[in-house]
Design a protein around this ligand. Structure first.
Ligand SMILES: [Zn+2]
Length: 226
C-alpha cells in the first residue's frame, strides 16, 4: 500500500506540475499576442503618417500651382476690384503652402523617430525571447507527459498485482483521509500527520515493523528505517 501511495502521490505531483506548465504556456502566448499587436499598431501608425505626408506634398503642389495660375490672371485683369480679389486668393494659397509645409515638417520628424529597422529589431527580439520560453515550456510538458504516462502504466500494473482486498482497503482509506494517509512516525513516536505522541505499546509495534492506526487521526503509521 505504501508503494501504491508513493506512486499515486508522484502521479498527482506530475499532474499539478503539468497544469502549472500549461498555465505558463497560456500566459506566454498572451504575452506574444500583445507584443505582436503592439508592433502591428506601430507599423500601422507609421504607414498612416507616410500616407499623410504624401497627401500633404500633393496638396502643397496643388497650392503652388494655384498661386501660379492666380499670378497669370493678375497680369491680365484690368479692374481694381478683380485685382484685389485675386491678390486675396493668392494670399490664401500662399497661406496654405506655409501651413502645410509646417505640418509636413512635423510629420517627417515623427516618421524619422519611428525607424523601421529599429522597430523590427526590437520586436523581433522580444518575440524571439517569448517564443524560446514557449518552446522550453512545451519541451518540459512533453517530458513530464511521458513520465506521467509511464507512471500511470506502472500504477495500473501495480494495482493489478495487488490482492483485491488490499486495493479495496486502500481506496476506502484514500476516500476517507485523502493522500497521504500512510504516514511515518518520527524518532519520538509522534504521528507526522497530527502530532500526537503514540502510547509506547503502539510505538513498539510500529518499530517492529507493524502497521498501526494513529489513535488520534486514524492515519496508518509506519516506521521509516533511518
Ligand atoms: Zn495522527
Amino acid at each position: 500500500m505504501l508503494e501504491l501511495q508513493r506512486l499515486e502521490i508522484e502521479a498527482e505531483n506530475l499532474k499539478s506540475s503539468l497544469e502549472k506548465l500549461k498555465e505558463q504556456e497560456r500566459s506566454f502566448l498572451h504575452k506574444l499576442e500583445a507584443i505582436e499587436r503592439e508592433r502591428d499598431e506601430i507599423l500601422k501608425k507609421r504607414e498612416l503618417i507616410q500616407k499623410e505626408i504624401r497627401e500633404h506634398r500633393e496638396h502643397i503642389e496643388e497650392c503652388k500651382k494655384n498661386i501660379k495660375k492666380t499670378e497669370e490672371r493678375l497680369n491680365m485683369v484690368k479692374k481694381a476690384e478683380e485685382y484685389k480679389a485675386l491678390l486675396r486668393e493668392k494670399a490664401r494659397h500662399e497661406d496654405c503652402v506655409i501651413k502645410l509645409t509646417e505640418r509636413l515638417k512635423g510629420l517627417e520628424l515623427e516618421l524619422k523617430s519611428m525607424d523601421i529597422e529599429g522597430i523590427k529589431e526590437k520586436y523581433g527580439k522580444l518575440i524571439q525571447e517569448v517564443e524560446e520560453e514557449i518552446s522550453d515550456i512545451r519541451y518540459s510538458q512533453a517530458r513530464l507527459g511521458n513520465r506521467l504516462g509511464e507512471l500511470e502504466k506502472r500504477l495500473e500494473n501495480f494495482k493489478l498485482s495487488l490482492r483485491e482486498g488490499v486495493l479495496k482497503e486502500y481506496e476506502n482509506l484514500k476516500r476517507k483521509y485523502g493522500l497521504p494517509f500512510i504516514v511515518p512516525v518520527d524518532a519520538y513516536g509522534v504521528c507526522e500527520n497530527c502530532g500526537t505522541k503514540l502510547p509506547s505499546a503502539l510505538y513498539s509495534k510500529v518499530i517492529e515493523g507493524g502497521i498501526v492506526s494513529c489513535p488520534s487521526c486514524g492515519r496508518l503509521l509506519y516506521h521509516e528505517e533511518a
